[in-house]
Design a protein around this ligand. Structure first.
Ligand code: TXA
Ligand code: MG
Length: 319
């Protein structure tokens, strides 16, 4: 029996009863629970097998609610919130004492965003608490961008996936922290650096610290298919290296004509980065189901969303 449903009232009832519901957002599906319920938050960590040192993002429905979550909003955070919310930017700000430590993994900051999805905005408006929601995938696996992806991962562990269709953006939110009130990118994501810099000027990226990552989810191996995956700067060359194997190819724009390829996905024939980003995870999920020996993914041009896509491909291909 499917746990996928469009019934918002059912989701409200489950969340009020401290259960988990997978919710749609514009980026990826989230595994959501009441931020004030110990039972729900523990269930999130348990269901995902997520280490407790990795804090959760708090989802709210309006800017007014921000002041109940955080102590203080730097000027540039305000500008970013006003420019991009609802939308795929997460701000890491000084938390209020009322935010439970388990949400923030003991940090004195909390990650917060207003997601841009009509179903989840309506859901949040009907609840009396914000929702903690990490991506609805087991730790280290590819994030889900359709209700079916979530059901495939968790059908025995959660009661409901709230169906909001396929996620429009397809890559997680861009995470921005503040040091001395200056914004810093902790995770590349669905909002491009170029768009952010238009609002706040030149911005530093700090997402590669392996030993003590500022956003602990930024560990090297992440977003990974089970199938061996390699990143390529020259598809034809890499394909010939794996001759005799069952090869899957994930390319940006161009179809490779080569009979040794078993399964191929072109992300955007038009060469449109947003289209490619929105299809990326679904393509990886699909390739991962084909029993291939290797998935060869083409490196993207290093600008705009290409930067975020390369970040995810890099993490998917780390051993
Ligand atoms: O698009 C998204 O952001 C999706 C949707 C569901 O909203 N959520 C998502 O959550 O990607 P998750 O848990 O998979 O990734 C959250 C990231 C983690 O890397 C975590 O380490 C970081 O946010 N994070 C959370 N709180 C933080 C904090 N206080 N300081 C630094 N990083 C934080
Ligand atoms: Mg995640």
């Amino acid at each position: 029996m499917s746990i996928i449903s469009k019934d918002i009232q059912k989701a409200v009832a489950l969340l009020n009863a401290e259960e988990l519901v997978a919710i749609p957002t514009e980026t990826v599906y989230g595994l959501a629970g009441n931020i004030f319920s110990k039972k729900a938050i523990n269930a999130i960590f348990e269901t995902k097998k997520r280490p407790h040192f990795n804090p959760l993002i708090v989802h709210i429905s309006s800017l007014e609610y921000l002041d109940t979550i955080v102590e203080y909003v730097p000027e540039k955070a305000k500008l970013l919130a006003e420019s991009f919310w609802p939308g795929p930017i997460t701000l890491v700000l000084k938390k209020k004492n009322t935010i439970p430590d388990i949400i923030t993994a003991g940090k004195d900051t909390v990650a917060v965003r207003i997601p841009n999805h009509p179903v989840t905005l309506e859901l949040l408006k009907q609840l009396e608490f914000p929702l903690a929601a990490p991506s609805a995938n087991p730790f280290n696996r590819i994030s889900p961008t359709t209700p079916q992806h979530v059901e495939d991962y968790f059908k025995y562990n959660i009661k409901m996936v709230l169906d909001g269709g396929a996620c429009k953006n397809g890559i997680e939110s861009t995470i921005i922290g503040f040091e001395n009130d200056e914004p810093i990118i902790y995770r590349l994501g669905s909002t491009s650096i170029e768009a952010i810099e238009k609002i706040v000027g030149k911005i530093e990226i700090k997402n590669h610290k392996e030993s003590a990552p500022v956003a602990p989810g930024m560990l090297a191996r992440h977003y990974a298919p089970k199938t061996k995956t390699v990143l390529s700067d020259n598809l034809s060359e890499t394909i010939s290296k794996y001759s005799g194997k069952e090869i899957g190819v994930l390319s940006f724009q161009t179809e490779i004509k080569d009979r040794s390829i078993t399964f191929q996905i072109v992300l955007s024939k038009k060469g449109n980065m947003s289209e490619a980003a929105s299809k990326l995870y679904n393509a990886l999920h699909t390739l991962d189901r084909q029993n291939l020996d290797v998935i060869i993914a083409e490196r993207f041009p290093d600008y705009d969303l290409g930067k975020s896509i390369n970040d995810r491909l890099n993490r998917a291909t780390k051993k």
